[in-house]
Design a protein around this ligand. Structure first.
Ligand code: NAP
Ligand code: MG
Length: 497
């Protein structure tokens, strides 16, 4: 396998990081795995080797949990004031700002996404750090009136040691959706990035040490779901798992958590979100959004509008528009800033190609795309943006999450029909509605069973706004004030006066 060499778009700092040996962070020390095992991470734009990374197993997890527990008991829970935790989070944010370009480049190399999209991710991570730096000093309890001779108050205490398991589609940003609130609340963390994209987490480790976090507060272990992720989720001295990934793995983690020590679990899982377009939509705004709400991040985003429902009078016009955009999107190496980069891995590419084959076999009309790209892109895992069209609600590609640049368009007659179709799914992550009639839009928001609803927009996020799915899209809300509940436990204290 060829090693990725410097590219003209890469800064020296990135090249230096990639040439050094990659190690894991435990107790603020850079270590190999106990038995020296490694795995490789590749650049999906060309299949080249990026780095060899330690493969952590149960022994490494045990070691990390021991030091995290010690750090929790000695320095992090009470040895440090909340204002000092806030300072550390803010300092870390400034280090991410300083190394923005390197983090963008590493994310692009490891995941494949275009550089300017990687920039949104790093800026999102910084925004989360700053937002939760503000929270560290504001995690308050209450006093509760009961009767005259009692004083009752509540406290919100950190959980202890938390395991944070993240996916490959937004590696740094999703890690920060978890790390920032967990640390603000006073927990010690074991972070496991996805095996396809470990590099920004390891670089983040360097910045965590530089920011001055005490040893053992953040530990970063690399390795696949089996054995690393499983060893974390079954560990008896971990108090909580916060997981983002597929619904299938989320179910396994819940089971493992229950079997081990009944640790708390919060889950951000898959989606099959309906993007509903009424004939009275502002088409100019809609058309700016539609290619991105369909294909952003090469479709590897849990919230994307993979089921597009268009009211019948504007159906042909909308599909024609989307097709025109899809066939003209620029696709290539993320370092050259195309519209779309490659799929993250050959496995993911093949999984999506399998779904495309299933769609065709079930007789769904292919409007465009459906093929791996060749020519100068042959070596990378590139896939053409793909549109299917159907009126059959029972086809597999309308039911299962594909997690690639594949959307299915269908038409509808009226409000009642489209609500029924929008809710005809096991998922409930997000939904969008396009109409100038705000009364109708809010009736839609009331009726749709999804954790986030966008009206006349798509994929709007802010660190202050709770995000999380209904039904099989997960449980618990990340972001905003809600994430404080995910990383604290409430204690009631009774005093007889
Ligand atoms: P995944 O296969 O479920 O993996 C997610 C993480 O779990 C990875 O770190 C993975 O490790 C680890 N893992 C796998 N098996 C495990 C096990 N038995 N025990 C503990 N950990 C285990 O998901 P993915 O393919 O990375 O990501 C795509 C999925 O994530 C999609 O379904 C998508 O919808 C969902 N997602 C949801 C959200 C959301 O906020 N709702 C956001 C992003 C993605 P390795 O990969 O290293 O093996
Ligand atoms: Mg990679």
């Amino acid at each position: 396998m060829k090693q990725t060499v410097a590219h003209s778009a890469m800064t020296e700092r990135t090249t230096i990081f990639l040439t050094g040996p990659q190690k894991m962070l435990v107790d603020n020390e850079w270590i190999e795995s106990t038995f020296g095992e490694t795995f490789t991470t590749v650049n999906p734009a060309n299949g080249n080797l990026l780095a060899k990374v330690p493969l952590a197993d149960e022994r490494d997890v045990n070691h990390a949990v021991t030091v995290a527990r010690k750090a929790f008991n000695t320095v992090w829970k009470e040895g440090i004031r909340p204002a000092e935790r806030a300072d550390l989070l803010w300092k870390l944010a400034t280090l991410l700002e300083r190394d923005l370009q390197t983090l963008m480049e590493l994310e692009t190399l490891d995941n494949g996404k275009p550089l300017d999209k990687a920039k949104y991710d790093v800026l999102g991570a910084i925004a989360h750090l700053k937002y939760y730096a503000g929270w560290a000093t504001k995690i308050e309890g209450t006093t509760i009136p009961t009767d005259q001779n009692k004083l009752v108050y509540t406290k919100k205490e950190p959980l202890g040691v938390v395991g944070l398991i993240v996916p490959w589609n937004f590696p740094l940003m999703i890690a920060m959706w978890k790390l920032a609130p967990a640390l603000a609340c006073g927990n010690c963390c074991i972070l496991k990035p996805a095996e396809q994209t470990p590099l920004t987490a390891l670089y983040l480790g360097k910045l965590i040490v530089e920011a001055g976090f005490p040893a053992g507060v953040v530990n970063i272990l690399t390795g696949p779901g089996l054995p690393t992720g499983q060893a974390i989720s079954q560990h008896k001295d971990i108090d909580k798992i916060s997981f983002t990934g597929s619904t299938a793995v989320g179910k396994k983690i819940m089971k493992t958590a229950a079997k081990s020590n009944l640790k708390k679990v919060s889950l951000e899982l898959g989606g099959k979100s309906p993007n509903v377009i009424f004939e009275d939509a502002d088409l100019e705004t809609l058309f700016k959004s539609l290619p991105w709400s369909s294909f952003y991040n090469t479709g590897q985003e849990c919230t994307l509008g993979s089921r597009i429902y268009v009211q019948e009078s504007i159906f042909e016009k909308s599909v024609e528009f989307l097709k025109e955009k899809a066939v003209n999107m620029t696709i290539g190496n993320g370092l050259e800033n195309p519209d779309l980069g490659p799929m993250v891995s050959i496995e993911q590419l093949n999984r999506v190609l399998d779904y495309i084959a299933i769609g065709k076999n079930e007789g769904v009309e292919l409007v465009c795309g459906g093929n791996r790209l060749d020519g100068k892109l042959t070596e990378g895992y590139f896939l053409a943006p793909t549109i299917f069209s159907t009126q059959n609600e029972d086809v597999t590609i309308l039911k299962e999450e594909i997690f690639g640049p594949v959307v299915v368009v269908s038409k509808f007659k009226d409000f009642d029909e489209v609500i029924k179709k929008a809710n005809n799914t096991d998922y409930g992550l997000a939904a969008a509605v396009w109409t100038k009639d705000l009364s109708k839009a809010h009736r839609f928001a009331n009726a749709v069973d999804a954790g986030t609803v966008w009206i006349n927009g798509y994929d709007l996020f802010d660190a202050a706004v709770p995000f999380g799915g209904f039904k099989q899209s997960g449980n618990g809300k990340e972001m905003g004030k809600s994430a404080i509940d995910l990383y604290t436990k409430e204690k009631a204290v009774w005093t007889v006066l």
